[in-house]
Design a protein around this ligand. Structure first.
Ligand SMILES: Cc1cc2nc3c(=O)[nH]c(=O)nc-3n(C[C@H](O)[C@H](O)[C@H](O)COP(=O)(O)OP(=O)(O)OC[C@H]3O[C@@H](n4cnc5c(N)ncnc54)[C@H](O)[C@@H]3O)c2cc1C
Length: 92
């Protein structure tokens, strides 16, 4: 896929939409700043911690930009980490 073809491709992909998306599609041209790249899911192999360092969110499962779950998982990772740290503190 050549860079100068991105606008045509994007316009085709947006052709089924109306409202402001159609306006955006109509405004696209060869100079539009369009990011077009393969989506490469990656899962960092277990274990997701070493010593006092733990991976969470995109650091563990990056490139989930088509999934609305990615930010939710990052928030959940933070919540679980905070909960476990508080439990440790209470137990000490
Ligand atoms: C182009 C793109 C589009 C996306 N679109 C969507 C979407 O439409 N819907 C959706 O649900 N999700 C989308 N996502 C995914 C979503 O943005 C991520 O899943 C989410 O932001 C992950 O949160 P995180 O906290 O794990 O990581 P991040 O949001 O990347 O946060 C990491 C933070 O750590 C900071 N940091 C990095 N290194 C250091 C360091 N050494 N010291 C201190 N701080 C540091 C960074 O500056 C950053 O603020 C998209 C992602 C991309 C890249």
């Amino acid at each position: 896929m050549r860079r100068e073809d991105y606008a045509d491709l994007f316009r085709q992909r947006l052709s089924g939409y109306g409202s402001y998306v159609a306006e955006v599609a109509a405004a696209l041209n060869e100079t539009s700043d369009i990011v077009y790249s393969p989506i490469e899911p990656l899962l960092v192999p277990w274990p997701w911690f070493r010593g006092r360092v733990v991976l969470g969110g995109d650091a563990r499962i990056p490139s989930r930009r088509i999934s609305p779950k990615a930010p939710a998982m990052a928030a959940e990772d933070g919540y679980v980490l905070a909960r476990e740290m508080l439990a440790d503190e209470r137990a000490a």
